[in-house]
Design a protein around this ligand. Sequence first.
Ligand SMILES: Cc1cc2nc3c(=O)[nH]c(=O)nc-3n(C[C@H](O)[C@H](O)[C@H](O)COP(=O)(O)OP(=O)(O)OC[C@H]3O[C@@H](n4cnc5c(N)ncnc54)[C@H](O)[C@@H]3O)c2cc1C
Length: 411
Amino acid sequence: MVCATGCCAVERASQAGSIQGVLRRLHRRIARYRRQAARTMENQVIPRKALVVGAGFAGSVVARELAEAGQHVRVIDKRTHVAGNAFDETDPQGVLIHNYGPHIFHTNSERVWNYLSRFTEWRPYEHRVLGVVDGKLYPFPINRDTLNRLYGLDLDEAGAAAYFERVREPREPVLNSEDVVLNSVGRDLYEKFFLNYTRKQWGLEPSQLKAGVAARIPVRANADDRYFTDKFQAMPINGYTKMFEAILDHPNIHVEVGIDFAHVRSQEVFDHLVYTGPIDAYFGYCHGRLPYRSLRFEHEHLPGVAQFQPVGTVNYPNDHAFTRITEFKHLTGQQCAGSSIVREYPQAEGDPYYPIPSDGNEALFKRYQALAEAEPNVTFVGRLAEYRYYNMDQVVAAALAVAGRLVESHR
Ligand SMILES: Cc1cc2nc3c(=O)[nH]c(=O)nc-3n(C[C@H](O)[C@H](O)[C@H](O)COP(=O)(O)OP(=O)(O)OC[C@H]3O[C@@H](n4cnc5c(N)ncnc54)[C@H](O)[C@@H]3O)c2cc1C
């Protein structure tokens, strides 16, 4: 470039006269080019390399955000697929099922809704649950119709509110999940719908569980029988896995499944690590294991059964070793001859699903969190890394926040 410019200038010099003047102009021009080149080098963003462990919501959303900011991102997951616990696929009979239990998307966050809507269209779906008590089905969460059908009453909304007021066992302070339920619906409803379900689900008495667990389930005096009341309630129209494939489909993202972080940890070279696996595993369980409740999923296809149960999920608080049965066609709207269901059997051993909320476990997590905060160039995000029960929308929000901070700090 300089040479070419110089040649032109010399040619013009012979016509224009003073060769010295031309050389001065030439030097000025070369200096200008040098300054421009230096400025370009300064402004250039040298792409950084990030390793993301885990291709669930936390890992995939952070990966996408970093990739869009120009970083090169390698995503690994030890499972043989993306989408984490939200993974879905068609079973051998062609029914779309959720391998790790039913996942129903709901959120009040416009930001999360708009973000995911970049990667999928939606099928409107409002989840409904019934609970079996003494062989009969009742709306759950408990509402006015639950009371009317269970006790042969004819209460309106005000009547139902008065009923709850009459039967509740006031607790002050409300310390645990037993307190929460007795305080709002009294002993009979507690024993019919909550006590045994909690024992099965957690392997603990409700009095041993933090108040927040039961507080997640509302009690309604009206007849609203939807499980969730969020502004946005829908299912990805082609399933979660397809949505994840779209999130991860970016030229700066390279995904590899079937790879455990433990096997690449010492070899991998990266500027930043985003870790969404279990935080205690990352630190070699040096303070002991964080306890989780696990589940065994028993999937079954029912040939020729158009509909197995009237709603998406039926809870079995008092019967059987499983807690609930979900029929996927309700969730996905799929039309096909047979139907596929899943039974969930809670258990102590197995994949980590639910962090067990107790003061002792939180104290243990805090010790790991202190180690995490001292770890340079590593970000811990997601339900396993933060030892927190996150709904899908909450983990997307957390991942977007983390990614925003990372992109900002690397500018
Ligand atoms: C039974 C069940 C039902 C649920 N239903 C709902 C629902 O209806 N609605 C809702 O909003 N939420 C639901 N959730 C919660 C939802 O599953 C979570 O919000 C979501 O999965 C959290 O995403 P994540 O990325 O943090 O974790 P995950 O989805 O678990 O992703 C973490 C990934 O990291 C990988 N990983 C871990 N360790 C390593 C390692 N060493 N090396 C490589 N990879 C590793 C794992 O294989 C996993 O794929 C449900 C959860 C369960 C258990």
